[in-house]
Design a protein around this ligand. Structure first.
Ligand code: LLP
Length: 437
């Protein structure tokens, strides 16, 4: 197979050994599959750490007062939480569950931002008891709820207000959030954001320190960030004055899934965002606030490779051929949900030329359970090891037990060592929450 065009999609440590096997983090993936079974998610530690460092470097070299927080929704596990802490990043959580992962590994609470459009009273209480750094308030209901919870706990909580700038980032409709019709954030356009600022500003138990927006994901263009910054700074200069100490510009930084669609580099995103931020602050003669950046996908997507074993195949009239693998929409729902594109390769036969176009189907009872519609492979056979690169983000994080299937194991690889960080589920795991008879 032609590996060259796939290199930007594979982890940084990807190699082919003399047997034609894909090697990740110094580990032969065929051996990993024997040792841990399939489906298996392999996370390359070096790629994740490199992405964390790139974000820090590219933003901080342009604007030293930048906080990078990892968006846990892309993928969270205890090993991941601890890696993020070691890399000195903060974290964005959207549930008490994500918070629990971070707290378990001793993550510094003041580096945690709590997001979400419907945080429960219990989640807010947990957040405040742990003393998270920021709660990002999404709506008027939450403003009142948080005020009550903070009063009960005798705490003054620093908050950002999530505003809706009314900018379309041209992502898939299901992952667009910056427009005024979105369920997230308080619109600037009709005066609601101004009212929220007044309300938060006069609160006894909330300390308003800035604003936040998130436009959508993935955003393959830098222009929407710039437009949203222009709108938000104009609003902040007028409505917040000196309380405007911090601006969160969300995540949405794209990852590369297929050779034809390379994303902007991290430095291109950083350049565009910091430039717009400084320029707008100059225009309004206000100090440049701290910048908060929330990458999720861009940290983990490329680090992850999903490994499956090829099983059944069939030909349909018209010449199309299906091959089926032992995972699918239960561990990666993105193709079924968003029409997301991936490539596939045969991790045990990388030196053989791709001769056939096949559709890679999952094993779940649903016609839409397809992982790759048009994979170009050396004629696949049952027992082959099929790899899907760029599978680290929003796959395991969105995994389900549909068809009472078992969610896969996860290994982190580094310098020839493979570390099991999540074991494969068992039938016992499936049954343990059932109450019977
Ligand atoms: N910050 C906020 C407030 C967010 O809502 C999100 C993602 C992020 C940061 C991180 O965005 P990222 O850098 O990962 O693009 N399930 C979809 C993606 C949903 C993103 C939701 N919010 C997918 O698989 O494409």
């Amino acid at each position: 197979m032609e590996l060259e065009p796939l290199l930007p999609i594979l982890p940084l440590t990807a190699q082919v050994n003399t047997s034609g096997h894909l090697v990740l983090g110094g580990c032969d993936t065929v051996e990993l599959a024997h040792r841990f079974g399939t489906p298996l998610y392999v996370l390359d530690e070096l790629t994740m750490r490199t992405m964390c460092r790139q974000f820090r470097h590219e933003f901080r070299s342009r604007h030293p007062d930048t906080t990078i927080i990892y968006a846990c929704k892309a993928y969270i596990g205890l090993a991941m939480a601890s890696l993020v802490a070691q890399e000195d990043l903060g974290a964005d959580v959207v549930s008490g569950g994500e918070l629990a992962f971070l707290i378990t590994v001793g993550f510094s609470p003041e580096k945690i931002y709590f997001h979400g459009n419907n945080k429960s009273p219990q989640e807010l209480e947990e957040a405040l008891r742990y003393q998270v750094g920021r709660v990002v308030v999404d709506n008027f209901y939450e403003l009142e709820l948080l005020e009550r919870v903070a009063a009960q706990l005798g705490r003054r909580q620093p908050v950002l207000l999530r505003i809706s700038p009314g900018v379309d980032p041209h992502t898939h409709a299901k992952t667009t959030t910056g427009t005024v019709e979105s369920k997230f954030g308080i619109p600037i356009a009709d005066g609601q954001a101004r009212e929220a600022v007044a309300k938060a500003g006069s609160s006894e138990h909330l300390e308003l320190v800035g604003l936040h927006f998130h436009l959508g994901s993935p955003i393959f263009d830098v222009a929407p960030y710039q437009e949203a910054i222009r709108i938000t700074i104009g609003f902040a200069a007028d409505a917040l004055g000196p309380r405007f100490q911090e601006l969160g510009v969300g995540g949405g930084f794209a990852a590369q899934y297929v050779p034809q669609q390379p994303p902007p580099s991290i430095s291109a995103y950083a350049e565009a965002i910091v430039h717009a931020l400084k320029e707008e602050c100059r225009r309004y003669r206000i100090p440049t606030p701290r910048l908060v950046v929330e990458p999720g996908r861009a940290i983990v997507a490329r680090a992850g490779v999903a490994l499956y074993t090829v099983g059944a195949w069939k030909a349909v009239p018209g010449g199309k051929r299906y091959i089926s693998v032992d995972g699918g929409m239960g561990d990666n729902i993105r193709p079924a949900l968003y029409g997301a594109q991936y490539v596939a390769l045969l991790a045990n036969r990388l030196l053989e030329p791709a001769t056939e176009r096949v559709t890679v189907a999952g094993k779940f009872c649903e016609s839409g359970d397809v992982l790759v519609w048009d994979a170009h492979l050396p004629s696949p056979r049952p027992g082959d090891l099929l790899a899907i690169p760029a599978a680290g983000a929003y796959t395991l994080a969105m995994a389900s037990n549909y068809n009472a299937s078992l969610r896969p194991a996860v290994v982190m690889v580094k310098d020839g060592e493979a570390r099991l960080v999540r074991r494969r589920e068992t039938y016992k795991d499936l049954l343990q929450c059932e109450v019977w008879p």
